[in-house]
Design a protein around this ligand. Structure first.
Ligand code: 4AD
Ligand code: MG
Length: 463
């Protein structure tokens, strides 16, 4: 067993209800942020990772290894023994007066994370060290906390969590952006059919599988990694990302949108409640005004617009002199991110549901509207990003679905999916939230590569 130590988190949690000065000799261990030595007295800012805050260690020349301690470099790992002393006149409510400082792991002087502002690009190149930088300590804690929040939200409503497979024989979205799985034989020869007898790939969405569980459990969700071989080099696309996909029975698109709005609002409140220090940090250092913006979202109903209306709004904007990179906007056109952002940023000035898209630009499983041209689908667009949710009411009518599947040629291999309509189908709906994009929205971080611990994008696999 290693010697026991107290976490910085528990010190801050126990203060002020408990008198920490009565704890006597305690130990803390963590990583040095800064070490300033001014002769007889020195200060170490220590972060132990258990909370966002650091604790100040004060040492003096009575330490047996004082000379060694004065030379401890940023990044070193240390163990400190000492007592808590209250400092009501200082920024931090208490500090630790050290009686011993032991170096557990020295840090080389070329440590890439020196105490200064580094660019996000630079930090991406040291993804193995950046979790120790404030922005990333904050981000990855929010990521962890919110993952639990998602489970609390859905399980609190009685949804069943389904582990949908990562390996699949279908391309749910039908966009063809899949990673195909291959095995190699003893000679290293690759085969895509040897193992399963047919080509398979990493899943782009757990939806089709989770639908079959909805039709047994009523309300379900899946939450896991998904993979898309999209070469889009944008701040919002990753080739591996996490998706939350609820699926609800006896629910149409209206019910679906209601759940989307409730989910987003729950997530905002959840990070406010569970990560206050981190949210303060983002508000101050990353996206000034973030908290006000999110608070406003919490109390305002999300706006709605049909795709057809959106096209008219965009066409009018172009007529009035607004310049998009792509100005040729017509009914049936698959809106680009710049158009989505215009709608949510300039028109709605907040989250916006865009509904009833042309069938031709959406996936086969979406329910055909009575007009025969559009489908009961919606995207949730947010300022700064564009789409963070895609959802729809599902085509529950066997014959209609079968025809659509035949038309897009994916009925072979998906017979089981059609079965769900044949054996007691019902009106049902669902959606997918990009977890990494949701994190961008909640933290004000503008690149998906920063919300993921080790981001995967094309030509980028250093880690
Ligand atoms: O709109 P998408 O493609 O919808 C689906 O996959 C449906 N099967 C979901 C469902 O109804 N169950 O993707 C859903 C969301 C997007 O709105 C976006 O937030 C995120 O997944 N997303 C990505 N995030 C990061 N990188 C990518 N390459 C992404 N592609 C989609
Ligand atoms: Mg989409």
């Amino acid at each position: 067993m290693q010697p026991k130590a107290i976490t910085v988190r528990s010190l801050y949690e126990r203060f002020p209800s408990e008198d920490l000065t009565k704890l006597g000799e305690i130990h803390v261990q963590g990583w040095v942020r800064t070490n300033r030595d001014s002769g007889s007295i020195g200060f170490i800012a220590l972060n132990d990772g258990t909370c966002f805050k650091t604790v100040q260690i004060v040492y003096n020349d009575k330490l047996a290894n004082h000379d060694e301690v004065t030379h401890i470099l940023t990044g070193a790992c240390i163990r400190v023994g000492g007592r808590v002393v209250y400092t009501p006149e200082m920024k931090q409510p208490f500090e630790i007066h050290a009686t011993s400082v032991e170096v557990l792991g020295e840090c080389a002087s070329d440590y890439p994370l020196q105490k200064k502002r580094h660019s996000f690009e630079y930090l991406r190149d040291i993804a193995h060290l950046r979790p120790r930088a404030n922005t990333f300590l904050a981000l990855y804690r929010v990521r962890s906390v919110l993952a639990l929040g998602i489970h609390e939200f859905f399980q609190g409503k009685g949804f069943v969590y389904v582990h949908t497979p990562e390996i699949t024989g279908n391309d749910a979205e039908g966009a063809g952006q899949t990673f195909t799985i291959a095995t190699n034989d003893d000679e290293g020869k690759l085969s895509v059919t040897d193992f399963y007898g047919k080509p398979t790939h990493l899943t782009v969405s757990g939806q089709l599988h989770v639908e079959s569980f909805a039709l047994a459990f009523h309300d379900v969700y899946t939450f896991g990694p998904t993979f898309r071989a999209e070469k889009s080099n944008t701040p919002r696309h990753a080739s591996e990302f996490w998706m939350i996909e609820p699926e609800i029975c006896f629910a149409d698109l209206e019910d679906d949108m209601e759940l989307m709005e409730e989910t987003i609002k729950f997530c905002i409140q959840y990070v406010f409640d569970h990560c206050p220090d981190e949210m303060d940090f983002f508000d101050k250092m990353i996206a000034p005004g973030l908290k006000d913006k999110l608070n406003h979202v919490l109390t305002t109903p999300f706006k709605r617009m049909t795709y057809t209306e959106a096209v008219e709004v965009l066409q009018k904007a172009v007529q009035n002199g607004h310049k998009f990179e792509e100005n040729n906007i017509y009914w049936g056109f698959d809106l680009l991110s710049e158009h989505e952002r215009y709608l949510t940023e300039e028109v709605a000035k907040g989250p916006l549901f865009l509904t009833d898209y042309p069938a031709g630009i959406k996936a086969f499983y979406m329910r055909e509207n009575d007009d025969g041209k559009t489908v009961a689908a919606c995207d949730l667009l947010v300022p700064g990003e564009g789409e963070i949710i895609g959802g729809s009411q599902r085509e529950e009518r066997y014959e209609v679905l079968k025809k659509k599947m035949e038309a897009c040629g994916n009925e072979k291999g998906l017979e089981w999916y059609l079965d769900t309509r044949k054996y007691g189908g019902c009106i049902h709906s669902g959606f997918g939230i990009g977890f990494d994009r949701l994190l961008m929205y909640l933290t004000g971080i503008t690149n998906i590569r920063d919300t993921e611990p080790f981001p995967r994008t094309s030509s980028n696999i250093k880690f």
